[in-house]
Design a protein around this ligand. Structure first.
Ligand code: UT7
Length: 331
């Protein structure tokens, strides 16, 4: 079997967001910020956060269970589990191994990938290569984050942006010329300082000093990331569309990473697509990094926003810097 005869597509989706809601008023009461600034500058009204005893593997498992149900599959049908996250339960074992144990998916290989907010796109792309090559039948891809664990709630520049959540998709064999038609991935490590969690790795191991200097929290140069995002989103969409002989006029549904409503609006203008073709849920969840597109895809699927035969384009961008896009023919 080779990629001439086998196509890979998404056959089930699932998602989970925690119940606890942090509204803009929560921040208004504690920091020098206000609802109007947050809504106009970001589009965010609320975000969800997990309880302190809940970790990324827990919510990743909930999303995966729903994707299995949607695909009408059992855990033992899964050949590989890929978890995209910047908030793993720990450095190792991987969060994917913990999800494998929780699900009882013991036939599956399992590993994490670190591509920040582009992680779910990277995961789908990897999964599609394994399925198209014929070496795997069913790959579970999860984007899951508990960003509340690495957010500095005294830093108004970042804390208003992030939320927790998890989304999952099962990539399996589908009919020829359907499913994932193209995927395009990119990175530029020269942007390493623009968005990062400085301490806790081998460069700056955890110490009393790193903790007292708040180096275990997300640091972001928001305006530089913003400029990068507005440029790359159109470029990445056009690259993947071009790879399968399509153009932006062919887009039926567009799911961009949910980082800032102004970035999404700029993409709508640049790609010249109508607003009703674009999925937006940033208002309710904020930026959930690798979980943003995964949750959005599940909500679009379950709410019948995407129909059989639609050309769906997913675009992610984020820390690394990284970016990626997928073109799907929904089946
Ligand atoms: O998911 C990965 C990708 N991440 C992104 O794509 C994020 C991209 N960046 C952004 O979304 C935006 O840059 C932010 C929302 C983070 C910031 O918006 P901005 O319009 O770029 O604001 P800014 O950073 O240029 O700051 C403008 C002003 C500053 O005050 P001064 O220096 O002009 O007096 C900030 O201190 O807004 C101030 N500010 C705030 N004011 C009220 C920053 N955060 C807040 C806040 N409330 N929460």
């Amino acid at each position: 079997m080779n990629n001439e005869t086998v196509a890979a597509g998404i056959v089930g989706t699932g998602s989970y967001v925690p119940d606890t809601v942090l509204t803009n008023e929560y921040f208004e009461e504690r920091l020098d910020t206000n609802n109007e600034w947050i809504v106009t500058r970001t589009g965010i009204r609320e975000r969800r956060i997990v309880r302190p005893d809940v970790a990324t593997s827990d919510i990743a498992t909930y999303a995966a269970e729903k994707a299995l149900e949607d695909a009408k599959m059992n855990p033992e049908d899964i050949d590989m589990i890929i978890v995209a996250t910047v908030t793993p339960d720990m450095s190792f074992p991987s969060t994917a191994c913990l999800v494998q144990k929780n699900l009882g998916a013991f036939k599956a290989s399992a590993f994490d990938i670190s591509a920040a907010c582009s992680g779910f796109i990277y995961g789908l792309s990897i999964a599609s290569q394994f399925v198209k090559s014929g070496s795997m039948k069913n790959v579970l891809v999860i984007g899951a984050e508990t960003l509340s664990k690495i957010t500095d709630y005294s830093d108004r520049n970042t804390c208003i942006l992030f939320g927790d959540g998890a989304g999952a998709a099962i990539v399996s064999r589908v009919e020829k010329d359907k499913g994932i038609l193209a995927s395009y991935l990119g990175a530029d490590g020269r942007g390493e300082d623009l968005l990062k969690l400085p301490a806790g790795g081998s460069r700056l191991p955890a110490s009393a000093e790193t903790v007292s200097n708040s180096l275990h929290y997300i640091k972001m140069n928001g305006s530089e990331v913003f400029k990068f995002a507005t440029k790359i989103i159109e470029e990445a969409a056009e690259k993947a569309l071009g790879m399968c002989g399509l153009s932006k006029e062919d887009i039926d549904f567009f799911i961009p990473h949910q980082a800032n409503i102004r970035i999404i609006e700029s993409a709508i203008r640049r790609l010249n697509i109508s607003k009703d073709k674009v999925f937006v849920n940033i208002e309710q969840y904020g930026n959930m990094s690798s979980a943003s597109i995964a949750v959005a895809l599940d909500e679009a699927n379950k709410n019948k926003k995407i129909n059989k035969g639609d050309i769906v384009v997913l675009v992610g961008f984020g820390g690394g810097l990284t970016w990626g896009s997928i073109v799907l023919k929904w089946s």
